[in-house]
Design a protein around this ligand. Structure first.
Ligand code: LHQ
Length: 262
């Protein structure tokens, strides 16, 4: 594993940490490739049933390392190729990942760093954290899925202002707008995030994957298509051992013991 990305196995989940604290975890190509590998390895590990993503040091992620791309050679630089090779596969991977992904935003999340956080399933943020769609400040457009996810999370009016003004907003404002799930006091962030990851890791993992599939399809489906998808996925969920266990445990008034498999 690349030193700029740490992946640590806990009992039934993994903690993946962006680890370039001196640059507020600004991303390089090596780091983005390692991050993708860490998510792929978690998907392939049958013992791993949830992922927690966070950043080392005082920042979560300051977006693309602007020193690592040849910004001075703008005429020859193909940022589209960089986006296609490094960011797009990562965002697709997180959105469609079979495991639930919790993000603990421990500090500033800027540019692609903000959108990396927002691609995760459940986003917690430290009270001192902040989000900024910094792109327009350097004459770029929001990437890493920002123009797709932001309007869906906060609505068009707020998404436009956030992207065009590139103003920093506090974690509390982000939570109030529905951009993230919850704000946590700084000192409690990692304990709460790990508790949540451990909770998710004991849930019916395969079914949580089906829930993600249904929600991912929702923005582009009409009601009929979504109802049909719910029927198909519920059929799958209903055949799982975990459904049998969940229903039996409910009737027997005891906690369920989910295997996480279908
Ligand atoms: C950084 C960075 C950084 C390098 C802080 N790079 N060093 C882009 C291009 C190509 C293709 C694909 O897509 C993209 C996507 C993008 O992400 S574009 C957006 C890139 N990010 C930004 O524009 C944000 C730039 N950073 C900032 O605005 C500030 O640093 C924030 C608001 C994040 C934090 O401010 P402060 O808390 O005041 O910290 P700081 O500015 O003092 O930063 C600490 C150090 O980190 C500093 O280094 P130094 O050696 O002086 O201590 C910064 O230069 C470095 N750093 N962001 N993106």
């Amino acid at each position: 594993m690349d030193a700029d990305i740490r992946s640590e196995a806990r009992d039934a989940y993994r903690v993946i940490t962006l680890n370039r604290p001196e640059k507020l975890n600004a991303t390089t190509a090596t780091m983005l490739r390692a991050l993708r590998r860490a998510f792929e390895e978690a998907a392939a590990d049958r013992a791993c049933r949830a992922i927690l993503l966070t950043g080392a040091g005082r920042g979560f992620c300051a977006g693309q390392d602007l020193g690592a791309v040849n910004m001075l050679d703008a005429a020859n630089a193909d940022l589209g190729a960089l986006v296609e090779e490094l960011y797009n596969p990562l965002i697709r991977l997180i959105r469609t990942h079979p495991l639930p992904v919790v993000c603990a935003v421990n500090g500033i999340a800027a540019g692609a760093g903000a959108n990396l956080a927002l691609a995760c399933d459940i986003v917690l943020a430290a009270r001192s954290a902040a989000f900024v769609q910094a792109f327009a400040r350097i004459a770029l457009i929001p990437d890493a899925g920002g123009t797709w996810i932001l309007p869906r999370l906060v609505g068009d009016a707020r998404a436009r202002a956030l992207a065009l003004l590139a103003e920093k907003i506090s974690a509390e404002q982000a939570a109030e707008w529905g951009m993230i799930w919850r704000v946590i006091d700084d000192a409690a962030l990692m304990t709460e995030a790990e508790t949540m990851a451990a909770y998710l890791a004991a849930q019916p993992t395969a079914t949580l994957g089906l829930i993600k599939r249904a929600l991912n399809a929702s923005p582009t489906n009409d009601l009929d298509a979504q109802l049909a998808l719910e029927r198909d996925l519920q059929r799958e969920a209903g055949r799982s051992g975990d459904y049998a266990e969940g229903a039996r445990a409910f009737l027997e008034k005891r906690p369920p013991r989910f295997s996480g498999r279908m």
